[in-house]
Design a protein around this ligand. Structure first.
Ligand code: PEP
Ligand code: MG
Length: 598
């Protein structure tokens, strides 16, 4: 990514470019997110919690053991078996029942937290080694400290400790933020963030939008140029990071920030009411959410319902398993805001970059995670987990217009299996005399090319489709959505992607079933006329995009969108399609261009 140096009186101003993933401007001091030592919570646990805390400890130890196995395999491959033996010794130590016994006894008898108990036991071992008077053994104490750190990392979850101690507004700068870490950012203090890695539709990027803080990802190496505390500007509209800005730049961006905020505020009114095109075609604009609380902001912004509820975020950052009641309450919270509108609950889509702590042992350090055990495949493998969620969905469906949707379906047999589990759950609920709604619509995400290619066949069996372009693009073009190194290959305008989207829309139309697009593509105004022209009538967008998308719908006619789509079908290069769509957008929104010039 490009970098520019300007000399100022108080230090060189640096400008870096990255991928803009959440709009707006943030100005504030740099807060470097490093790998600081962990602060161990010193409190005790209640008697009731002892059992679940012991489970948490066992999970963490299991995760550490998996990590060691992965390292062992790596060392064996690259360095030879003799080096790998070090890890085998670590493994033995972590799996030693005596170690577990000692830590558990402190939790059980003294009600210590697992963090505290583990740290105490491990440090005692390390001290004993250091006191044996043998230089070699004394050095092995370092290994124990390493294991302590790794165990604490798993116990304390993904949330890095320092983030929870913020007292003043900052701009977070990090090499990477996991979706769980991003979900844990407090927008009251974190005004924006910039990461060295990451892609435009990574879940970290999506969460930045949910938190409504400006963000840039995929900037490349820049952290070594920063010591922390210097003034930072994030231009989340243009994907620009400015380090140590000069006076003039600061003033300029303060104005941009004010203008963005007032425009954003003024635009909210467009979210209200249904959106119709100039030729009176009604278009549904629903919202995408990750957390139940977001339903409130979707409602405020005028969403016509919830088109995608990414329920896996209930698990991310959580240190314990979620119960049926946890799910049920989350769904009711969404229904509270949308009692009469459609609410589409997507079943768990864990795996790839979204791995709950409690499931870390399932994954270890697998390579190629995007093609690994993810999403519906996890649900079909761990049916208890799946059934717990389905029970809650069916029960909550008594209170509103819930639809259930399975993610990452890649074959008909997978969809049929998922439906079979749903039927089993209905039978269980019936046997147990528990109230539920057996008639909810059952749909699927179309986000794997195989599903798009088989759309006609699927359309005979599903109640609705929702096109997940974020994954559809990465799997069609073989470009990891989170990897900036391949971001130039990841392109929503690619004719192959548009071909698949069109194919799914046609299959849905022919079978007369509802279809929406819930990937980021539907939140991007430049694709709106094209999608309308292709026949899409239902959009599900990020909450922030509801108003601008409705505003644009009211400025176009279906007829001209169809014409525009025809012209796109004639183009065979992503770059030409992208440029054409940008130019068309300018034509539809002349006043926006005018504002930008002033
Ligand atoms: C998608 O893939 O387009 C989608 C909406 O799902 P997610 O971004 O959660 O993978
Ligand atoms: Mg997806």
């Amino acid at each position: 990514m490009c970098s520019k140096l300007l000399s100022t009186e108080w230090g060189p101003m640096q400008i870096r470019s990255g991928i803009a993933v959440s709009p707006g401007v943030a100005i504030g001091p740099a807060f470097m997110l490093g790998v600081e030592d962990f602060r161990i919570p010193d409190d005790t646990v209640s008697v009731d919690a002892v059992e679940s805390e012991i489970i948490r400890l066992r999970c963490a130890l299991e995760n550490v053991a998996s990590e060691i196995s992965a390292n062992e395999a790596l060392a064996s491959k690259h360095l030879g078996k003799e080096y790998a033996a070090i890890f085998a010794a670590h493994q033995q130590f972590v799996r030693d029942p005596k170690l577990l016994e000692k830590i558990e006894s402190l939790i059980q008898n003294q009600h210590q937290t697992p963090e505290h108990a583990a740290s105490q036991v491990l440090r005692k071992y390390a001290k004993e080694l250091q006191n044996l008077g043998d230089k070699y053994l004394a050095e092995r104490a370092v290994d124990i400290f390493d294991l302590e750190r790794s165990l604490l990392r798993h116990l304390l979850g993904e949330q890095r400790e320092e983030l929870s101690h913020l007292k003043a507004p900052v701009i977070v700068l990090a090499h990477n933020l996991t979706p769980s870490e991003t979900a844990g950012l407090n927008p009251k203090f974190v005004q924006g963030f910039v990461t060295e890695v990451g892609g435009s539709t990574s879940h970290t990027a999506i969460l930045a939008g949910a938190l409504e803080i400006p963000a840039i990802v995929g900037v490349g190496d820049f952290l070594t140029d920063i010591s922390g505390g210097e003034m930072i500007i994030i231009d989340g509209n243009e994907g620009r990071l400015i380090i140590a800005p000069d006076e003039e730049t600061q003033q300029k961006y303060q104005l941009v920030q004010q203008r963005f905020r007032s425009e954003h505020q003024a635009r909210q009114k467009y979210g209200l009411g249904r959106a119709q095109t100039l030729d009176n075609v009604d278009i549904e604009v629903c919202g995408n959410i990750e957390f139940p609380e977001e339903a409130k902001s979707c409602k405020k912004r005028g969403a016509d319902g919830i088109g995608l509820y990414r329920t896996e975020f209930l698990y991310l950052g959580a240190l314990k398993e979620r119960t049926e009641e946890d799910h049920y309450e989350a769904y009711l919270e969404v229904l509270k805001r949308f009692p009469d509108e459609p609410v589409t609950i997507r079943t768990l889509d864990v795996g790839a970059d979204k791995i709950p702590d409690a499931m870390m042992h399932v994954y270890g350090d697998k390579s190629n995670p995007e093609l690994g055990l993810r999403s519906i495949r996890v649900s079909l493998e761990y049916t208890d987990l799946f059934k717990t969620q389905l029970r809650a969905i069916l029960r909550a469906a008594v209170h509103g217009r819930i639809r259930v949707m399975f993610p990452l379906i890649s074959s008909l047999s997978e969809f049929r299996q998922a439906k079979m589990v749903l039927r089993d759950v209905c039978e269980d609920l019936e046997d147990q005399n528990i109230e539920f709604n057996p008639d909810i619509p059952v749909g699927m995400m179309v986000e794997v090319p195989s599903a798009a290619l088989m759309a006609e066949e699927f359309a005979r069996e599903v109640d609705f489709f929702s096109i997940g372009t974020n994954d559809l693009i990465q799997y069609t073009l073989a470009a990891d959505r989170s990897d900036p190194a391949v971001s130039k290959y990841y392109n929503a305008s690619d004719p192959s992607v548009l071909f698949l989207v069109r194919r799914v829309l046609r299959a849905a139309q022919a079978a007369d079933i509802p279809v929406s697009v819930c990937g980021q593509m539907s939140s991007d105004p430049k694709f709106l006329p094209l999608l309308l022209g292709m026949g899409l009538r239902q959009f599900s967008v990020t909450p922030q995009a509801v108003a601008p998308i409705k505003q644009l719908i009211r400025k176009v006619s279906i007829e001209e969108c169809k014409e525009l789509a025809k012209r796109v079908y004639e183009l065979d290069l992503a770059r030409d399609i992208e440029n054409f769509l940008r130019a068309e957008l300018k034509r539809f929104l002349p006043e926006e261009n005018e504002n930008r010039r002033n």
